[in-house]
Design a protein around this ligand. Structure first.
Ligand code: F0G
Length: 458
């Protein structure tokens, strides 16, 4: 479109009211939640940017597909529509439906994990890491160095470093590296894309050592759009063809259909290997369900089949990536440090840079996220030392970065909602020097960010 306005390629069909809370109400809610934003009641949140996972708006056609769902236990036509839609973009031989991404991870690593195994990724998402560590295997992040520098403008900061990967395989021995994972886009590293050139390089290493390559492909469409915009070879390609090209470089994938496939629930595991698929299906029956529905209802399978066709629309992806950039660029223009370039599904505020008076073990990300909620009812998510600081041996170390992620649900908020977010962030940034550090007063054994209790350090 020859205009600069960010054009939402849809109009509103059904509305959900937002409750406007006062700062006093929000302070009470924070105290009741013991300063853990995951413990807030969502009705006390005005703009919920906690996650882009399962929080998007489904389309008219997806809701219509819900009505069309066939709930047969075995062999439902809804399953066939889902499988065909998945294989249209990811032509893997076996598609194994799960109720969400971590269920696919759980099954995959019950086969590939186990003590003595080492599994590299650009950056493991927290559930991926936890599922690997649960089996006794070691999860290692090997993103390129540029991906760890919040201000570096590298166009593909999600790339997995091929030199680090070679050294990793040499160090641990090929027989102890059962799988290479590649997360597109790299969520924990700032929502940064992986280039096709990098995927080809990693594929070459995977083939040379005979180690299977799996994509954690939750945000495959956003990644493909970045490839189209930033890798000259793909400038004229249809995004669906870019996705098929990505899939052709891998042996399999895990998926959370709560992201780019525009579902509120869902996921899958896919692969070419027959024996492996057989073992995974056996696990699926134990933990999820029969192979033609996995952990899902027939209606969910149909909504996802439609979502997969909408996710690759160029009008939608242009709007999606542009509207996320709008938030990030507006914050950066007002002097707020954000991870650059702006990623696909979220804007990441650099809390360590904005709150230099706090050490990482005083959780600057947590402090900033709490302040945004208190000031404007905006819920973001700490991605830093709270999430990653506790080590399997019980020690605590600073995470590579202390970020606050403002994740943008798909097709859900309008530009004026985002303008409000920008205003609240500016207000908090103006008094960031006065924000307190936090300490943890109660902590579970794993995934502590979900349920820990906090208190401000006075
Ligand atoms: N992999 C990545 C890269 C993810 O971002 C997520 C979820 C998963 C796997 C797990 O999928 O939630 O369906 O079980 N990310 C969400 C988020 C929760 O907020 O980033 P799931």
């Amino acid at each position: 479109m020859p205009f600069n306005t960010i054009f939402e390629p849809f109009r509103i069909h059904s509305v959900e009211p937002l409750k406007l809370t006062t700062p006093i109400e929000r302070r009470q809610a924070l105290a009741a939640a013991e300063f853990n934003l995951f413990s807030l009641r969502s009705r006390d949140v005005i703009i919920d940017l906690l996650t882009d996972s399962g929080t998007g708006a489904m389309s008219r056609d997806q809701w219509a597909a819900i009505q069309h769902g066939d709930e047969s236990y075995a062999g439902s036509p809804s399953w066939e529509m889902f499988r065909d839609a998945v294989q249209n973009l990811f032509p893997f031989k076996h598609v194994i439906p799960t109720h969400q991404g971590r269920a696919a991870e759980k099954i995959l690593f019950s086969v590939f994990g186990g003590a003595g195994n080492f599994i590299p990724n650009n950056t493991h998402f927290d559930t991926t890491r936890a599922n690997i560590e649960f089996t006794g295997a070691v999860a290692t992040d090997l993103v390129i160095d540029e991906g760890l520098d919040p201000q570096n403008l590298h166009p593909f900061k999600g790339n997995l470093d091929p030199i680090k990967l070679e050294a990793f395989i040499t160090k641990h021995g090929r027989e102890n590296v059962p799988l290479i994972m590649l997360t597109v886009t790299n969520n924990s590293g700032g929502g940064q894309p992986v280039s096709m050139a990098n995927m080809r390089e990693i594929r070459e290493i995977s083939l040379r050592h005979g180690i299977p390559l799996y994509l954690d492909a939750c945000r495959f469409a956003e990644n493909a759009w970045f490839i189209r915009e930033r890798e000259v070879e793909f400038a004229d390609w249809d995004v669906a063809d870019i996705i098929r090209e990505m899939a052709a470089l891998a042996d399999g994938m895990t998926m959370s259909a709560k992201k780019d496939p525009l579902g509120n629930i869902g996921g899958w595991l896919a692969m070419n290997d027959d024996d492996l698929a057989e073992r995974c299906r056996t696990m699926l029956v134990l933990t999820e369900g029969f192979p033609t529905y996995g952990g899902l209802a027939g209606r969910d399978l149909e909504a996802l089949a439609v979502g997969l066709t909408e996710a690759v629309s160029h009008d939608y992806l242009r709007y999606r990536i542009r509207s996320t950039a709008y938030l990030g660029e507006s914050l950066a223009a007002s002097g707020i440090p954000v991870v650059q370039p702006i990623g696909g599904h979220a804007v990441y505020l650099d809390a360590r840079a904005l709150l230099p008076h706090l050490s990482p073990l005083q959780y600057p990300g947590q402090s900033l996220a709490i302040a945004l909620y208190e000031a404007g009812g905006i819920r973001g998510c700490e991605i830093g030392t709270v999430m990653f600081g506790r080590q399997p041996d019980g020690t605590e170390v600073a995470a590579a970065m202390d970020l606050v992620r403002l994740a943008i649900p798909r097709r859900t908020y309008t530009q004026s909602h985002i303008d409000y977010v920008i205003e609240v962030c500016q207000q908090v940034a103006d008094r960031s020097g006065a924000l307190p550090g936090y300490r943890i007063t109660r902590e579970p054994k794993a995934l502590r960010h979900f349920t820990s209790a906090f208190e401000p350090i006075s």
